[in-house]
Design a protein around this ligand. Structure first.
Ligand code: FPP
Length: 248
């Protein structure tokens, strides 16, 4: 256990941490290397973050790996990312099982290349009995896609008279999202100095604490993850109440 990890208060852990992994391309460019070099090194940060989250005792870790907008990148980069995902899944499933981590995915997975889709489903299937932590990869995900999908499903339920508009409440909407069954993230981390949410979990982060770091994703280590948790633990989460109300 690292020195920083010892400073984490186990009684006040976030249950769900979501991460926007950003800056692979810029990190590589600064070293005079191609963008794909950045993605390859980003895999090590995925590993470190997953390990750190499991060791600390986080229940859910959700990583934004590929957005619906990322298809606009050069075809070679998209292909390299998809291949990297297949390779990583193939290599890491054993480690996930050893560490009792369940793999999950959110997003419009049907659009992924067949190989990526197959290895993802295989990974999800092979780790489905694990209990320690759920690692969710957001792939071909965007919040607006997710909310549109949810609205369509609810409209269909109304059209077929299964529900009436008056039945719609927050719980019903939660159930129609791809994160159904998970708690909302208490903490959202974004790397690389960008101060944006980029269409990620917009409904779910209504009350999340936001943590931004200048580190590029390939520089994000276990210690950086610990720093984010420690920073989160210093904050007071009020959910619209006053500080005084929280003390009573
Ligand atoms: C952001 O950097 C990173 C991505 C869009 C992809 C993240 C993918 C990985 C870390 C590799 C594989 C993932 C898994 C889950 C095994 P960027 O390219 O947007 O960087 P930039 O903003 O500097 O261009």
């Amino acid at each position: 256990m690292s020195e920083l990890m010892k400073n984490i208060d186990e009684s006040r852990l976030p249950s769900h941490v979501a991460v926007i992994m950003d800056g692979n391309g810029r990190w590589a460019k600064n070293l005079g290397k191609p963008r794909v070099f950045g993605h390859k090194n980003g895999v090590q940060s995925v590993r470190e973050t997953t390990e750190a989250a499991a060791e600390i005792g986080i229940d859910y870790l959700t990583l934004y790996a590929f957005s619906t907008e990322n298809w606009r990148r050069p075809r070679l980069e998209v292909n390299a990312l998809m291949t990297l995902l297949v390779e990583t899944l193939r290599k890491e499933i054993k480690t996930l099982n050893k560490n009792d981590i369940k793999l999950n995915a959110i997003g419009d997975l049907s659009y992924l290349p067949k190989k990526t889709h197959d290895s993802l489903l295989q990974g999800i299937e092979n780790t489905s009995n694990n209990k320690r932590m759920t690692l969710t990869l957001a792939l071909n995900y965007s919040s607006r896609w997710e909310l549109t999908h949810a609205m369509k499903e609810i409209s269909e339920d109304i059209a077929s008279s299964r529900i009436s508009p008056a039945d719609i409440d927050e719980a019903m909407i939660n159930n129609k999202l791809s994160t159904s069954g998970m708690p909302d993230p208490e903490l959202l981390i974004r790397t690389s100095g960008e101060l944006r949410i980029s269409n990620f979990l917009l409904w779910q982060i209504a009350y999340s604490e936001l943590y931004f770091t200048d580190k590029y994703w390939p520089e994000f280590t276990k210690d950086e993850f610990c720093k984010a948790i420690i920073d989160y633990q210093k904050r007071e989460r009020r959910f619209g109440k006053t500080s005084e109300q929280l003390k009573t």
